[in-house]
Design a protein around this ligand. Structure first.
Ligand code: HPA
Length: 273
């Protein structure tokens, strides 16, 4: 099979036919959070299916296209919809777009996701800026032979989420009157939600929010030398002793409310990068 670097280059060459910008930021918009693209001055929209080596998104409410353009004057490339491990992709496939964003020029990754709230202080549709993570996925996108041209064999994770960007996010939220929490995100493989016993365990581990994405993309971003800012929107409450069945429609409705807050906050944050 073709090497990863060659595949990245092919995808970049293809994207360059429609867009010649140099993104400062790569963004991944999670479940139900694609609305932010309305704020983008769009210069090119490319369906994933057309980009060489991109997987095709199967999750609901994921549009599955790359949106290129300006957000508050800052060149960005945004993934409207992401790939998940539970869809059956390898983590190398899930994270391929992050490699492409970096190769296009993005030195910052901004990730968003829909997540379950484990910390009892969290309420539906709350925003959490991610300060650290716990990886409970059964694989790692960096497993295998390392290409030193893409990043180091043993990437350091003492500050996977940039303290500086986290500070900008919290200050911006304060200025806009948007309440944000700070918390630890734990990644699980999915597709099932967790049992009561698992939520209890995740809380004991020190997690505040749980979701089925994000950590693989962050690992690859760190490997490739990008700085990272991440947000979770709380779409369901995961209190083991008061657990109710979740409905995807309610998750999407809460994601939409949180997404409106993110759509105000993220442009303000990005203009300060
Ligand atoms: N668990 C895992 N992933 C999720 C959840 C959850 O409760 N909510 C949204 N994504």
């Amino acid at each position: 099979m073709q090497g990863l670097l060659d595949r990245i280059q092919e995808a970049v060459t293809f994207i360059r036919q429609s867009w010649q910008g140099h993104p400062k930021v790569g963004m991944i918009l999670g479940t139900g959070l694609g609305g932010l693209t309305e704020q983008i001055e769009i210069q090119a929209t490319i369906p994933y299916g057309e980009i060489p080596h991109f997987p095709i998104s199967t999750a609901p409410s994921h549009a599955g296209r790359l949106v290129c353009g300006l957000l508050r004057g800052v060149p960005i490339v945004a993934m409207e919809g992401r790939f998940h491990y539970y869809e059956g992709y390898s983590l190398q496939q899930v994270t391929f777009p992050v490699r492409v964003m970096k190769a296009l020029g993005a030195d910052t990754l901004l990730v968003t996701n829909a997540a379950g709230g484990i910390n009892p202080q969290l309420e539906l549709a709350d925003l959490v800026v991610i300060e650290d993570h716990i990886n409970l996925m059964p694989d790692n996108p960096l497993r295998g032979v390392n290409d030193d041209r893409l990043g180091p064999r043993w990437p350091d994770l003492c500050e996977p989420y940039s303290r500086r960007l986290l500070g900008i996010a919290r200050t911006s939220a304060l200025e806009l009157g948007i309440h944000v929490h700070k918390g630890v995100f734990v990644a699980v493989p999915g597709p099932n939600l967790e049992t009561r016993a698992e939520y209890r365990m995740l809380k004991a581990y020190g997690a505040d929010v749980v979701g089925m994405s994000t950590v693989p993309e962050v690992l690859v971003a760190i490997h490739s030398g990008m700085q990272v800012l991440g947000f979770s929107v709380v779409t369901d409450i995961c209190l083991p002793d008061h657990l109710e069945p979740v409905e995807i429609s309610k998750i999407l409705a809460n994601a939409a409310i949180g997404g409106q807050k993110l759509a105000k906050l993220i442009p303000r944050v990005i203009e300060q990068f």
